[in-house]
Write a new protein. Structure first.
Lengths: 236, 84
């Protein structure tokens, strides 16, 4: 264990795809990536946890429905209850919703098409470990790639999370406008990411871990990982 | 005793069902132009070893609530239950 480095655990489930990219993003941004295994009820003393994208258990039954019962998830839940930072990306977001750690659910895109493209996101709150260094209204550009990314919740839940400032990101235009035209999957209120009541658990469909290296495209994921690492370190 | 249960999982009424819409949209091409309200659900069949049907049904109900359906977006109904 090296002193002064935030240790960020990335869980690998059967069918995870983006665990390597998440570990690489953590290391590129100056943290220590720690591999975690779905079958081990052990977080290896990490300062933050990332549930990565992919197709855990083949997305059978519903996306994330089976992964949420993996042994590691009891530890993730306990870690979240202690206020530990947890970031779910894409399939990781779906797992957090299935487990009840985040509100709502992700269903088939309204278009019925798998979408793979860069999108702009508007930051809606600084009250999370991944947006603490960003300002509400700030725009970032990162990619999406999903078939089941339409965020839905019943009217009461939607009103509650909006009222409590728990929407973290919204899909928007390059200049920050929100509307159907820039909503790639039909998500309610163009919601791309939400947070828990306490704010330490965050889920989003877009992929910040694929947008940290200037050699391969936009770097909108950098400030999110930088923020996460700083918050993780301050807890360590 | 062993019982066979069937569970029907359906999207909650208010929720858009793009899959159902796509299937419905294919029917006019086959000549059926009088269909509306088509929604797609899931059917799960399983066998349970239980003392009696009520005990088996109670277990299936809990399994349907915790895993087979997501109460945020889906309803479920336990259909036929019969000794296997």
């Amino acid at each position: 264990m090296s002193a002064g480095l935030a240790r960020v655990g990335v869980v690998t489930f059967p069918g995870s795809l983006d665990d390597r990219d998440a570990l690489r993003a953590v290391e590129l941004m100056g943290g220590e990536g720690v591999t975690l295994w779905h079958g081990d009820a052990d977080l290896r003393g990490v300062d933050a946890v990332v549930l990565p994208g992919g197709f855990s258990y083949g997305d059978y039954l519903r996306c994330g429905a089976i992964a949420r019962f993996a042994p590691v998830m009891d530890e993730v839940r306990a870690f979240a209850e202690r206020g530990g930072p947890v970031l779910g990306i894409c399939n990781g977001f779906q797992i957090l919703c299935e487990s009840g750690l985040l509100p709502g659910a992700l269903v088939r895109n309204r278009s019925l098409r798998f979408v793979c493209q860069y999108v702009h996101l508007r930051v809606e709150t600084s009250q999370t470990p991944v947006t603490a260094d960003l300002v509400p209204g700030e725009l970032i550009e990162i990619p999406i790639k999903h078939g089941e990314g339409q965020f839905v919740a019943d009217g009461e839940t939607l009103a509650r999370i909006e009222g409590e400032g728990r929407v973290v990101f919204r899909y928007c235009s390059a200049s920050g406008e929100v509307g159907d035209e820039w909503n790639p999957n039909g998500s309610a209120n163009a919601i791309a990411g939400v947070r828990s009541e306490r704010g330490n658990v965050v889920g989003l469909m877009p992929h910040p871990e694929h947008a940290v290296d200037p050699d391969v495209g936009p770097t909108g994921g950098q400030p999110l990982f930088a923020s996460l690492l700083a918050r993780a370190l301050s807890r360590a | 005793m062993r019982f066979t249960f069937e569970v029907l999982v359906t999207l909650k009424p208010g929720l858009a069902d793009p899959q159902g819409k796509a299937v419905e949209g294919a029917l006019p091409a086959l000549g059926w132009t009088n269909v509306s309200g088509l929604r797609v659900g899931k059917h799960v069949r399983l066998e349970v070893e239980a003392a009696d049907e009520a005990a088996g049904r109670a277990q299936v109900d809990e399994m349907a609530r915790r895993l087979l359906s997501n109460p945020v977006i889906e309803d479920y109904r336990i259909l036929a239950a019969e000794p296997t």
